[in-house]
Design a binder for this molecule. Structure first.
Ligand code: GLN
Length: 387
């Protein structure tokens, strides 16, 4: 049995949106048996201590709804980690909310504050959920671009501000660019927002993946920014558990009150046994302090390995993504090229044009995820060097 022609007239809320490139490329990688350096997720096991903690929590009977804003013990663990790293204490009861991943936190923050006609500034290439989510809530995405070398262009962002700007979305370390915001960038952002009612959404899900000894310039470090910001984090990136879909949002009480009004009717609360496990696991700073070094080594392994290829790596300062220019290999548009490399050479990567409203026509860049076992990276490098 199948449906016949539908009698429903459907007026799509997202007429220009198809299936996310992450799902498309991971599916193609699987169908072709290719090494999957496309969608960002680790291919190595998680710390057994962490999975044991989840099992213990389930066996102890922690299997029903957690409190709506998150388990108090986890919110406390989050607040103390944030205080330790960024020397600011968010109120555990009113300013910290545990979410079902970073994407849900972004969706919820936008849902809480964006009204029809509000403008939201998005810096392209931007993570692919930003723009459609703004549109779903009736907002108008205003796209500006990163500057040369995929660095933040404060002048371009400032020029996009109008009296209708409701929010500025920033992301550091940046996905897919792999660049970071520095102190000077954050100060420029503080300057341009001063005296406005613009809310900042600072997507910091890769906070621990900052390399070469640079500090992570969190919005939390800047009083003028944090007092108007939703700052969003992900446990998946830090503890190698992207499939758990766990994250959190921090914001001043007034903003968080609005956030929770949406959160409670969206997911209500996040996974209970995992919250118990994370609360315990986070008490040991070593569990996140080693992350930068761990991924810096992987970045170096991948970049050094690619030296003999015809790809030209761009600068990667953070995240687990390495951009590489392929103009020496082909003039094909990036989606076509990425699919062909997957099929013919057995390595899947992410084309970056889907992260733009209007991608530069002559840009020939793919994004490779290096959150992989050394052996996976070495096998992928061998194949990429043969192109
Ligand atoms: N954040 C992951 C990436 O950038 C993908 C997450 C997803 O598939 N939605 O690759």
């Amino acid at each position: 049995m199948s449906f016949t022609t539908s009698p429903l007239r459907l007026n799509s809320k997202l007429p220009r949106v198809g299936t996310t490139i992450f799902a498309v490329m991971s599916k193609l990688a699987q169908e072709c048996g290719a090494i999957n350096l496309s969608q960002g997720f680790p291919d190595f096991p998680i710390d057994e201590k962490l999975s044991d903690l989840v099992n213990t929590a389930m066996r102890a009977g922690h299997n029903q709804y957690a409190p709506m804003p998150g388990l108090p013990a986890l919110r406390e663990a989050i607040a103390s980690k944030v205080e330790r790293l960024y020397r600011f204490s968010y109120d555990v009861d009113t300013e910290v909310t545990v979410t079902a991943g970073g994407t849900q936190a972004i969706f919820t923050a936008l849902g809480a504050v964006v009204q029809p006609g509000d403008e939201v500034i998005i810096v392209d290439p931007a993570y692919d959920c930003y723009s459609p989510t703004v549109e779903l809530f009736g907002g108008k995405p205003v796209h500006v671009r990163l500057g040369s070398d995929m660095k933040f262009d404060a002048d371009a962002v400032k020029a996009a501000i109008t009296p209708r700007t409701r929010m500025l979305m920033i992301n550091t370390p940046h996905n897919p660019a792999g660049t970071i915001l520095r102190d000077a960038d954050m100060k420029r952002i503080a300057d341009m927002l001063r005296g406005t009612d613009i809310i900042l959404l600072s997507d910091e899900v890769y906070e621990h993946l900052v390399f070469d000894g640079e500090p992570h310039a969190s919005a939390i470090n800047y009083p003028e920014l944090r007092e108007r910001a939703f700052v969003i984090f992900s446990f998946g990136k830090v503890f190698h558990t992207t499939g758990w879909k766990m994250g959190y949002a921090l914001a001043p009480k007034e903003l968080m009150t609005e956030f929770r009004k949406v959160h409670q009717f969206n997911v209500f609360s996040a996974n209970t046994p995992i919250q118990h496990a994370l609360a315990e696991y986070m008490k040991e700073p070593m569990n996140y302090e080693n992350v930068p070094r761990f991924y810096e080594d992987k970045r170096d392994r991948f970049v050094i390995g690619m030296r003999t290829s015809r790809f030209e790596p761009l600068v990667c300062e953070g995240s687990y993504f390495q951009l590489a220019d392929y103009s020496r290999i082909s003039d094909e548009p990036d989606i076509e090229f990425a699919k062909r490399v997957t099929r013919e050479f057995g390595v899947a990567a992410i084309p970056i044009s889907p992260f733009y409203k209007n991608a530069p026509a002559d840009q020939r860049i793919l994004r490779f995820c290096f959150a992989k076992q050394d052996e996976t990276l070495d096998n992928a490098i061998e194949k990429l060097c043969a192109i």
